[in-house]
Structures are given as structure tokens and as C-alpha cells.
Design a protein around this ligand. Structure first.
Ligand code: NAG
Ligand code: NAG
Length: 476
């Protein structure tokens, strides 16, 4: 019933804006000025706009292809801002775009391109700038959704190719998270959030973190909760800092799924950072870890031990802010806002996993998703040899979980899915065995053929199946 009423309101507002748009177009379009004899009824005007918009480079969000002869020049121009300036300049300021909204389709969709490149970029906080703000209707609807002044809202971020300026719709099925290294990442929206919205994908998604750079917030509330951390430099980490702060201090963060903003993601930054990009980001991340993450900052430090040497300045002002606002602990955030977090709320161990027989340690070897986990001499320095055996009985290294999908099969690292299944391991603290529940086999030392990967074998009581799980301490 409520949904019906809601739909009616949305439709009515939408219709009103279509009419306003059409009226404005009719009133201001150059064609009307120069040709008074043109029919003034609604439909021909609409048709004219649509057909006119679908011609020309990049119209309807299509890729812009640069002719062969201009390729050299294009590459030169690309270097200036690290995106295809030539393609960007070919596209009309009022480029037409397809309607990518779930409940869309009632209106004309236009993108207002803002590509006065340089000054626009400089005003932007991020290494990549917002380029097109799409659809007045959605902004209206977004306002409709501001359920309280403490709600901070973000759009779905669509991707504009840095190469061809092709427009690609972002997904409403992912939301913001972060890994142990404190990199912002998109992860699938979990079932619990689908259930909370009773399956209605047009309702806002409560997101643990935001990408930053694109959000709306009540101006007074923005000041109340401490704007930005002035001790952070240039870029990196400020989006997580703000996300933790919003949730822990009583606000909420939502992605409004009917609101889309296109964004050019660049592969490299045209700016130079003092001391290098890495240094700036590490400093910023240390600040946010120290102020907001309590004991869970260990995950960050152990996986990237090098950052401990980075000076992060004075955080007493931010700690006082947290105190004054009576913000909740990070464990509350993990428990209530982000239970599917890559950082486990409860765990048995965080450190190395050492084989008793060979005295070697599991090692992710810096490999990626879908590859085998390795084993190597223990170095006690964290990084690639850090694993956590969680209360949910997963063996994790960052956002990857040890996974076995067949008998005697390889032990691969897959994205943790929180569904137990092939990622469920039983650690016996007396026998020291790690039994993979689905296959009922145990983790064992490498075979003669490949000395760099552990194997799965029938459980026995040999020392080669015994593993020591330790909590590692910082600086140890
Ligand atoms: C887009 O801009 C061009 C150039 O300014 C203009 O001729 C055209 O009518 C505009 N189209 C719409 C739909 O406003
Ligand atoms: C490791 O640390 C966690 C978190 O403090 C604790 O819950 C766990 O019992 C510890 N495990 C061991 C084996 O000491």
C-alpha cells in the first residue's frame, strides 16, 4: 500500500518535471526563435529533441572513435589530463544519454557535460573529476529520500570511459566496502540489505562506506560532525574516514539508486604528490585507523607493515571530536552496519599459519583471486603471510578465503562469500588440524611435485597436518 502511494507521488513529480522540461525546451530552443512557424504542440518537439540528440559523437552514451589520422594528436592530448581530451571536446555539452534507472523511462534523459577541463579539475578534491550530472528528475527524487538531516546520500556512480567517453551504467547491486589495506572497494549488496528493503531495488541502499567526492549532506550537519580531517593531505582515505565517522557518530549513509552520476575514472593521476602517492595515502590511512578503528587497526598494520614507519602527525583534535560527539566503537560498526565486512568482528587468530612438520607458513605470494595459496619459509613480517581464522570458520587473507572445491583439490583463494560451503574449515586446537568440512579432508604439507603449495589429504595424525595459528603482535 505504502509503495503504491509512493509510486503515485514519484510519478506525479516525474510528470510535472517532464512538462516543465518540455516547456523550457520549447521556450528557449533556438529553433523556436528562428522559426516561428514551427508547430508548438508537445509531441513534435519531443521527437525533435530525441532525434537531434541521437546523432553526433558520443550521443546516447556511445563510444567516440577517433579517426586513424588523429591518433597521434589524441595521444599527445591524453597526457595533459590523463583522459581523452579529443573525444571529450567532440562531445556536445548537452550529450544525450540512455536512461539507466530501474524505475526510469518516463522522461528525456540528458547529460550536462562539464568539460572546461582545467579549472574544473582543480576545483575537484579527487584525482578524478565528476563530469556529467545527469537528470534533474533524480535530483528531485534524491531530495525526496532525505529521510533525516543526518542521512548522507550518494548516487550510483556510472562509468565514463577515459578512452572513448562511452557511458556505462553502474550497478545497484554493489555497495561500498574496504579491504584490510583500507582500499575502498565495491562488494555485492548482501541478502540482509535486500531483505530490509523487501526486495524493492528502487529504495536507497544503506552502504557501509562511500567512494567520496559524490555525495549530498546537510550543510549544518556537515559542520557538526567535523567536515574533513584537516590533517590529511590531498587525497586518499578521506572517504573512509567520513564514512566511519557518519555511522559511528549517529548518522547514516545511503546510495539513492535512482540517482546516477557519470564519472571519468582515470588510470593515472596528472598531479604530483609530495613524497609520492603512496606516502600521502599511507599517512591519511594511518590517521583514520588511529582515530576510528580501535583495536581493528591491527588488520591494516599487519597486512601492510611498512606503513608503521609513516608519520601521521597529531590526531588529538580528531580524537577529541570523537569523544565530544560520543561516537560508538568500531566493533559496533562491524556488528551492526557491516557484518559482512572483510575485517571479521570476531576471530580466533590473526597472524601466520605455520606447519609443524616443515616449519613453513601459508603465504598468499601476492597472488590474486582464483589462484592457489602458497607456502614458504616463515618470515614473521606479516604482509603476504597474514591469515585470520575467523569466528565464522573461514581462513582469510584480506578479502580472499581459502576454498577447496574437489577431493584432493588445490587450495585456492576466492572472494569470501560468507555462505560457509567450500570455505568452511574446522580447526582442532588440540590435534592442531585444519579440516575442510565439505570434503572432510585435512590441510597438509606440499607434495613432492610442487613444494610451493599445500595439499588436501585424508585426515590422519601426522605432524604434516598440524598447524599453529598465532596472534601476531605489532613489531614482533
Ligand atoms: C545542444 O546544443 C547544440 C549547440 O549548442 C544546439 O544546437 C542543440 O539544439 C542542443 N540540443 C538540445 C537538445 O538542447
Ligand atoms: C587472538 O586475538 C583475538 C582478538 O583479541 C582473541 O579473541 C583470540 O582469542 C586470540 N587468539 C589466541 C589464539 O590467542
Amino acid at each position: 500500500m505504502r509503495r503504491f502511494v509512493y509510486c503515485k507521488v514519484v510519478l506525479a513529480t516525474s510528470l510535472m518535471w517532464v512538462l516543465v522540461d518540455v516547456f523550457l525546451l520549447l521556450y528557449f530552443s533556438e529553433c523556436n526563435k528562428c522559426d516561428d512557424k514551427k508547430e508548438r504542440s508537445l509531441l513534435p518537439a519531443l521527437r525533435a529533441v530525441i532525434s537531434r540528440n541521437q546523432e553526433g559523437p558520443g550521443e546516447m552514451g556511445k563510444a567516440v572513435l577517433i579517426p586513424k589520422d588523429d591518433q597521434e594528436k589524441m595521444k599527445e592530448l591524453f597526457k595533459i589530463n590523463q583522459f581523452n581530451l579529443m573525444a571529450s571536446d567532440l562531445i556536445a555539452l548537452n550529450r544525450s544519454l540512455p536512461d539507466v534507472r530501474l524505475d526510469g523511462g518516463q522522461t528525456l534523459v540528458r547529460g550536462s557535460m562539464s568539460h572546461g577541463h582545467w579549472d574544473f579539475m582543480q576545483r575537484s578534491l579527487k584525482t578524478s573529476a565528476v563530469f556529467s550530472i545527469l537528470e534533474i528528475l533524480c535530483l528531485k527524487k534524491a531530495r525526496f529520500f532525505f529521510s533525516s538531516r543526518k542521512t548522507v546520500v550518494c548516487p550510483i556512480i556510472d562509468v565514463i570511459s577515459d578512452d572513448t567517453f562511452e557511458y556505462m551504467a553502474g550497478s545497484d547491486m554493489t555497495y561500498g566496502g574496504f579491504n584490510w589495506k583500507l582500499n575502498f572497494r565495491w562488494y555485492p549488496v548482501p541478502q540482509r540489505e535486500m531483505d530490509r528493503r523487501k526486495g524493492d531495488r528502487t529504495l536507497p541502499v544503506r552502504t557501509p562506506t562511500m567512494a567520496g567526492g559524490l555525495f549530498s549532506i546537510d550543510r549544518n550537519y556537515f559542520e557538526e560532525i567535523g567536515t574533513y580531517d584537516a590533517g590529511m593531505d590531498i587525497w586518499g582515505g578521506e572517504n573512509l574516514e567520513m564514512s566511519f565517522r557518519i555511522w559511528q557518530c549517529g548518522g547514516s549513509l545511503e546510495i539513492v539508486t535512482c540517482s546516477h552520476v557519470g564519472h571519468v575514472f582515470r588510470k593515472a593521476t596528472p598531479y604530483t604528490f609530495p613524497g609520492g602517492t603512496g606516502h600521502v595515502i599511507n599517512k591519511n590511512n594511518r590517521r583514520l585507523a588511529e582515530v576510528w578503528m580501535d583495536e581493528f587497526k591491527d588488520f591494516f598494520y599487519i597486512i601492510s607493515p611498512g606503513v608503521v614507519k609513516v608519520d601521521y602527525g597529531d590526531v588529538s583534535v580528531r580524537k577529541a571530536l570523537r569523544e565530544n560527539l560520543k561516537c560508538k566503537p568500531f566493533s559496533w560498526y562491524l556488528e551492526n552496519i557491516y557484518p559482512d565486512s572483510q575485517i571479521p568482528r570476531r576471530y580466533y587468530s590473526l597472524g601466520e599459519i605455520r606447519n609443524v612438520e616443515t616449519n613453513q607458513c601459508l603465504d598468499n605470494m601476492g597472488r590474486k583471486e582464483n589462484e592457489k595459496v602458497g607456502i614458504f619459509n616463515c618470515h614473521g613480517m606479516g604482509g603476504n603471510q597474514v591469515f585470520s581464522y575467523t569466528a565464522d570458520k573461514e581462513i582469510r587473507t584480506d578479502d580472499l578465503c581459502l576454498d577447496v572445491s574437489r577431493l584432493n583439490g588445490p587450495v585456492t583463494m576466492l572472494k569470501c562469500h560468507h555462505m560457509r560451503g567450500n570455505q568452511l574449515w574446522e580447526y582442532d586446537a588440540e590435534k592442531l588440524t585444519l579440516r575442510h568440512v565439505n570434503s572432510n579432508q585435512c590441510l597438509d604439507e606440499p607434495s613432492e611435485e610442487d613444494k610451493m603449495v599445500p595439499t588436501m589429504r585424508e585426515c590422519g595424525d601426522g605432524r604434516s597436518q598440524q598447524w599453529l595459528l598465532r596472534n601476531m603482535t605489532l613489531g614482533a
